[in-house]
Design a protein around this ligand. Structure first.
Ligand code: LRH
Ligand code: MN
Length: 350
């Protein structure tokens, strides 16, 4: 019942791949309709009380627009990856004028967060290079840290800076914040309110994500998650749809201290609001299963004994308990079924 998930405003709007973007009937036409959809997801699931925003995509939204729909503003996401000036980098760019422009956008987002009552800047940098020799890697890092230090210094006490890493795309030789290590070192350099954000789709194959979670948690530098799932690269599919056991293990590593939990997905062909509802339900179930682990017995168990204790929890059907939990929150026992009238209405109205 205490689970609080942030759904992403950009997860309700048009999205696609470089090959095509398919518009869906009932798609939101502006930020207010994106927040309407987020509010419906919370009404049905009971545990999605916040909406993460992206700027300038959500430019113009007012705090009241969000709160009068029964939600609060989650993390504020700056955008330093679309403006043509950032082709060769933003805060890492060789040109101090471009770095100034990028830093000013980050400072503007700090102001926006203050106005919206948000307590986090969620920073992802697309910055990187495509060929060896294109730029000096150490110099890029020094430029980035200088700019981020100015932003960190401007952060009001109630705001934290979340640093998201990604190994590649859109850069395909070196990404400046490529992995948990480069993000953690940057956070340690910036200050204690700088923490690492783990996007599940931002790991090379074979990476043990739950171990990274355990490490960052032990360092008190786990700032939050971007939940989604992938089979190949940064596929941004529904969380738990590809690797539900990994999701369970991540919640097992989190124990009962949960950081910021944000969904970051792109629903290119599937029904968008239903996809978000199913995502929140998958997170509810993963969290519920992790709560069932008998940790005292685990501490005493041998090699397979420990594994079998985890499997017992993971293989437990918690859907009845989750339905009961939603009912007791005044939400829907069967959210997918109860979503139908809303979808019919938005398809008709939009
Ligand atoms: C980058 C990313 C980042 C967002 C974007 C929508 O891949 O995960 O978190 O800004 O997706
Ligand atoms: Mn992300």
């Amino acid at each position: 019942m205490r689970l609080e998930i942030e759904t992403p405003s950009w997860g309700y709007g048009d999205s696609g791949t470089r090959f095509a973007t398919f518009q869906q009937a009932g798609r939101p036409r502006d930020v207010l309709e994106r927040i309407d959809d987020a509010a419906e997801v919370h009404r049905l699931t009971g545990t999605a009380p916040a909406v993460a925003l992206h700027f300038p995509w959500d430019q113009g939204v007012q705090r009241a627009d969000v709160e009068q729909r029964g939600l609060r503003v989650g993390a504020v996401n700056p955008n330093l990856f679309q403006d043509p000036d950032y082709k060769l980098g933003s805060v890492t760019h060789p040109d101090p004028g471009v770095r100034r422009k990028a830093t000013d956008h980050l400072l503007e987002c700090v102001e926006i967060a203050t106005a919206l009552g948000s307590t986090a800047q969620s920073l992802w940098l697309a910055d990187g290079t495509n060929y060896p020799g294109q730029d000096d890697l150490a110099s890029r890092r020094a430029r980035m840290l200088e700019c981020l230090a100015e932003v960190y210094a401007a952060l009001p006490a109630e705001q934290e800076l979340l640093v998201e890493y990604k190994p590649f795309e859109p850069a395909f030789y070196a990404t400046d914040l490529a992995d948990w290590g480069s993000a953690l070192l940057a956070c340690q350099r910036l200050g204690e309110r700088a923490k690492v954000l783990v996007d599940l789709g931002h790991h090379l194959h074979g990476t043990n994500i739950e171990q990274i979670v355990a490490l960052l948690r032990a360092e008190d530098r786990l700032g939050g998650f971007h939940f989604n799932n992938r089979k190949y690269a940064d596929d941004d599919l529904i969380v738990g749809s590809v690797n539900p056991f990994e999701l369970f293990l991540i919640f097992f590593e989190l124990g009962d201290s949960l950081p910021r939990l944000t969904i970051d997905q792109a629903h290119n062909v599937e029904a968008k609001v239903e996809a978000m509802v199913l995502s929140v339900m998958n997170l509810q179930e993963a969290h519920a299963k992790a709560q069932l682990v008998d940790r005292a017995a685990l501490a005493e168990a041998d090699v397979l004994g420990g594994h079998e204790i985890l499997l017992d929890a993971y293989k437990t059907d918690v859907r009845p308990q989750c339905a009961e939990m939603r009912r007791s929150l005044g939400a829907a026992e069967d959210p997918i079924a109860e979503l139908r009238p809303y979808v019919e209405r938005i398809v008709a109205e939009r």
